[in-house]
Design a protein. Structure first.
Length: 196
């Protein structure tokens, strides 16, 4: 086999590598960044797609982030691939912070500073009886409402950062390619002069 390991991993090493990769999760950050910057679309389309994915990550509806991001990207004339990559902002490390911030913002918007009006969450009962109403009122409703301002603000930040980074990346690439073409032309002129 072409890329086979010299020493095969044991069962526990594979389990450990599944939950915590050897190179860690930070290896994904440069990969996603370069993948987004190299997309062939306008800077606005890429930035709008990333912003749509980031905003969708703040919604509490797990499993629907790609769909919501795709619909938002289509409405904003953004790139669908960029929207899918933008949903990577929501991951097991960031979800606790995202959910806590959207829940706090939603409760503040809905109930203000009177926490006594908050319906207590009975998550165990709701999950055993599959009662959506007991999850909607104390948890999903505030998180959905809180996701609008919090997710919108973070999505705007990602939009402007991505648009700036895409434009800067393309300008640097254009200069690099122009310099390479200039050097190649000078080499050809030098070779032609030497052959005379």
């Amino acid at each position: 086999m072409l890329f086979k390991r010299r020493k095969t991993l044991g069962f526990w090493d594979r389990v450990k590598g599944f939950f915590w990769p050897r190179k860690a999760f930070w290896r994904s950050v440069p990969y996603y960044t370069k993948r987004i910057l190299r997309l062939s679309a306008t800077p606005h389309a890429i930035a709008a797609g990333v912003a749509a994915g980031v905003f969708a990550s703040f919604l509490p509806y797990l499993g629907f982030h790609f769909i919501v991001a795709g619909v938002l990207a289509w409405l904003l004339r953004g790139n669908l691939v960029a929207s899918a990559l933008g949903t990577a902002v929501g991951n097991p490390f960031t979800f606790p912070f995202i959910w806590a911030s959207t829940l706090a913002a939603g409760r503040f918007i809905l109930y203000g500073s009177q926490p006594e009006e908050i319906v207590p969450l009975q998550l165990g009962r709701a999950l055993t009886h599959l009662d959506f109403v007991h999850v909607w009122e104390p948890l999903l409703k505030p998180m959905t409402i809180g996701a609008l301002p919090v997710g919108g603000a973070v999505a705007l930040v990602f939009y402007f950062l991505t648009r700036w980074a895409t434009a800067a990346f393309r300008e640097a690439r254009r200069k690099r390619l122009a310099e390479r073409a200039r050097n190649r032309a000078m080499q050809l002129e030098t070779q032609a002069a030497a052959n005379r």
